[in-house]
Design a binder for this molecule. Structure first.
Ligand SMILES: Cc1cc2nc3c(=O)[nH]c(=O)nc-3n(C[C@H](O)[C@H](O)[C@H](O)COP(=O)(O)OP(=O)(O)OC[C@H]3O[C@@H](n4cnc5c(N)ncnc54)[C@H](O)[C@@H]3O)c2cc1C
Length: 346
């Protein structure tokens, strides 16, 4: 029999560790169980619906007045191979970094630079996770999931996923309508290392023939030294995206602030700025508001110093946004999804 839990505490399911309850909570390990739930009762009758992975990109600012679905689908299965590639399917509930470790141990390349990103495999295509010059879209062949309106199973090929920088169809047209159950990855048997990040290349300099395993180790070390561990201090990584602004504004800003980091993007009329730098310049590093704070070393990372509520963290983030807008004329966009009682806030 299909069972859901009422008034479920989410605090230990989200890396910010702030208190929030879900009116209904449904965990499943087999796709058929979700389909059975949908057939027994249209999900809309539960109120708003939210799919939960590892909770590492979510901030709840209130209790959630609907159904949280938690796909805890296990399994890492190599499905086929040819001379140069192997296709591996991973269940939505697999820890992302366990999947990276599995692939690297096999010598299969393409996701090693994404080592230690928190969260589950099911969320990887949603925001097309990326780090150190790689992104999930580079290796995803297709995404399998359930249409939450009908219970129908779909396999969506990579081009139809419309992957972009921290974006995909799952955050756009299919937002709230599709639950990822598994992802098929095409990994390389003879991987070329991606050392486009200076820091990674430098740390591998002493090695004659570095492998993807060396790359993973270096990235794990860099991340551990740089980013706070959510198991120790609640956080959701970068709270804001790096803003991409018009080249005109960027050159005016560079004149006023000569040290401002600026990066080229594929569109020549645009320039990417560092959100962390902008926030730091406004003096936010190490700031505290109630239980909420800005990390001492990372202006881009908001933290729960122990007893913060989601509302406090959100309030702090809005203060930060306002000060950056006032000082630089740049509007920061959140990377973290803020969830109210009826679903994501815009
Ligand atoms: C310390 C730290 C470092 C981080 N570093 C990075 C980084 O380098 N690069 C990066 O890209 N991200 C980074 N993140 C953000 C985060 O890890 C990713 O966004 C991750 O993919 C979120 O996975 P999750 O399982 O926790 O998803 P959740 O936070 O639970 O959910 C995120 C979104 O995905 C949706 N979702 C989750 N699972 C499914 C599913 N099965 N089907 C459909 N929708 C689903 C949710 O509804 C929600 O909209 C970091 C976070 C932390 C805490």
């Amino acid at each position: 029999m299909i069972r859901y839990i009422e008034n479920f505490p989410l605090q230990h399911h989200i890396t910010f560790g702030t208190p929030a309850n879900a009116k209904y909570f449904f965990e499943f390990t087999e796709v058929g169980d979700l389909q059975e739930l949908i057939q027994s009762r249209p999900l809309g009758e539960f109120g708003p619906v939210l799919v939960l992975g590892g909770g590492s990109n979510l901030l709840f600012v209130s209790d959630f007045d609907g159904l949280v679905i938690y796909p805890n689908i296990p399994g890492i299965v190599p499905e086929k191979e040819d001379a140069s590639h192997v296709w591996v399917r991973a269940g939505a509930g697999v820890e992302w970094d366990d999947f990276v470790a599995f692939s690297v141990n096999k010598g299969w390349g393409g996701i090693e630079n994404l080592s230690l990103i928190p969260g589950k495999v099911g969320a990887a295509p949603v925001q097309n996770i990326g780090a150190y010059g790689q992104e999930a879209a580079d290796t995803i062949e297709s995404v399998c999931g359930i249409d939450l309106r009908t219970g129908e199973e779909w396999e969506i090929s990579a081009p139809d996923c419309r992957f972009a920088y921290r974006n995909s169809i799952f955050k756009q047209e299919l937002k709230g309508k599709f639950l990822v159950t598994s992802v098929l990855f095409k990994l390389k048997k003879f991987p070329q290392l991606n050392l486009s990040y200076d820091g990674v290349a430098r740390m591998l300099e002493g090695l004659a023939e570095p492998t993807i395993s060396d790359v993973r180790n270096v990235i794990v070390d860099i991340r551990r030294s740089k980013l706070p561990d959510p198991a120790i201090i609640g956080n959701a990584g970068s709270f804001f995206k790096n803003p991409v602004v018009n080249a005109d504004l960027a050159s005016r800003l560079a004149e006023i602030h000569p040290g401002m980091p600026q990066y080229m993007v594929s569109d020549p009329g645009k320039v990417k700025l560092s959100a962390g730098w902008l926030i730091d310049q406004c003096g936010w590093k190490g700031a505290t508001r109630g239980g909420a704070g800005v990390h001492e070393r990372h202006a881009l990372v908001l933290v729960n110093r122990g007893e913060a509520t989601g509302k406090e963290i959100y309030g702090l983030s809005e203060e930060i946004r306002k000060s950056v807008l006032e000082r630089f004329g740049v509007s920061l966009e959140r990377e973290v999804l803020v969830i109210g009682s009826q679903g994501p806030l815009e």
